[in-house]
Design a protein around this ligand. Sequence first.
Ligand code: HEM
Length: 205
Amino acid sequence: METLANPSFVDLILRWGHVVFGIIWLGHLYFFNLVNVPFQGGLDKELKPKVNPALLLRAFWWFRWGAMYTFLFGLTLFLYDYIHLHQLTDATTGQMTGRSMWILWAMLLGGIMWFNVWFVIWPRQKLILGGMAAGTPHPDAAKLAATAGKASRFNTYVSGPMLFGMLGAQHLGAMSAPALIVTIILGVGFWFGMIKRSFKVKTTV
Ligand code: HEM
């Protein structure tokens, strides 16, 4: 019988799609936060309308559709593995399993990140980059960029604990308050360090 411990080829295909699109999404998120933020700080104002729409509208296309497909594959994986195969609770105790708790936590964080991409970051970038490309910069561009930037930073920090949860479903066993706190500190701390480092990366060889 197919269970989470004895998965099928359908399960593998869903996981593969989920992880590939997850890499596309988070790869671009990290490009924006680790490369583009420091780069924009040193880019001449006159060059921005030439460089940014052409570069960033491409990057945002991969970013937002990566997020959408990661979410759709992830949701399908959840519905297939946990609901269709009845793996949300332990068959004997009827209690929610550690694996279920970790994945629900990770899905909550991933869901918030997906919401930020589609309803906070992209609508604002569309106005900023669209205005720039048309030669009519949006009057509130700075305010829009600040809000989008905060949501993007938030997503970067949250991606740390989120990935601990995604992987933790299979590898962390039971969920406990200490395990949750340690994975939050490690995940957020890692990205805090990476962001600090991003401003010190040399652009000389
Ligand atoms: C956007 C919302 C997301 C949802 C709803 C979601 C859902 C899921 C589900 C249901 C699983 C299966 C858990 C299990 O095996 O017990 C999973 C696993 C996983 N997810 Fe997500 N996920 C999301 C975002 C992400 C993102 C952004 C990444 C980044 C790459 C990611 C990476 C992974 C990885 C690596 C696994 C483990 C695959 C394996 O070990 O076979 N997920 N996810």
